[in-house]
Write a protein that binds this ligand. Sequence first.
Ligand SMILES: [Fe+2]
Length: 324
Amino acid sequence: MANAFFKWIDCTDKRRPRDMIRRPDTVLRIAQLTDLHLPGEVELAKRLRQLVSNKASFDNVSHEISAISNEFGHHYRSERKLYTNLIKKTLVGLHRLGVDHLVITGDLVHCGLAAEFLDIRAALEITGWWGEEKLTVIPGNHDRFNLYERLPSEPMETFFPVVTPREPRFKILPNGVALLEIDSNRDPIDDRHYLERWLPNTVGRIYPEALDWVDRNRGQIAGHRLITLVHHHVTSDWYPTRASTIWGLMEPADGVDHLVEAIELVDPYSIILHGHKHDVMAVDYTLGTHQVGCPGGFASSLRFNILDFNVHGEQVMTQLELRP
Ligand SMILES: [Fe+2]
């Protein structure tokens, strides 16, 4: 029974019983996980020594502070094995729920290091979620920006088949549903945000080139129900105000309004799934005609969403939580 793995939280269809069983009229069941933030094994003491050394320039110091505070902020920093096992348990449980396709809306890893990417990829492979027909992953800011720039790393592309900021992609799933994969990270070389030396790519950006691509290629998925996948959040009225909000560090991605206009030409009711904010969004939340989903940072909340499409093209979202 899946109930041994997961707790039912809420569902958009209030007439349904409070369970997670896949209904007979479901033609496609999608799971959304986000912000796993799998932690790496970076030696903190070494970086603290670098921080206080005389050679450290201002830029180095600010970068180190940002990296270290990120690390201390990680809930499972000291319990990496336990956390990886919780992820594996969830991935196994998704099979029991009858999930057809898994989407992860960014920040799979915490520091952007190769060892972390290899760990999460291994967890996906070992639990049977590897492969384009079963899995779609988009990059988050933690995946794109190595928090420890002074340690060697490889781009996310080395480990996952992901899109880039200026070229998105459509993926056609069975039974009339398609995904739009967007990379909402700012180009780290050509277009670095002034706040990035403190917090890498916290404010996302949707590039006009990406929207032109959607416009040119929307014929590929004509008539499909569209699910738009984007890491950064698209609205700001659903989470509490915090210090980071005041400084503009956690504002919705730049260019979001244009993204919404572009997807409405494809599907006026496109669902939008995102992450980045670790607050849990209520399953009933909508932006205009768009149902929006953000189950919060998995590392903090252990929550995820299930999206069911039925024979009539209607969708129902259910939020579940892992029983650790
Ligand atoms: Fe993020």
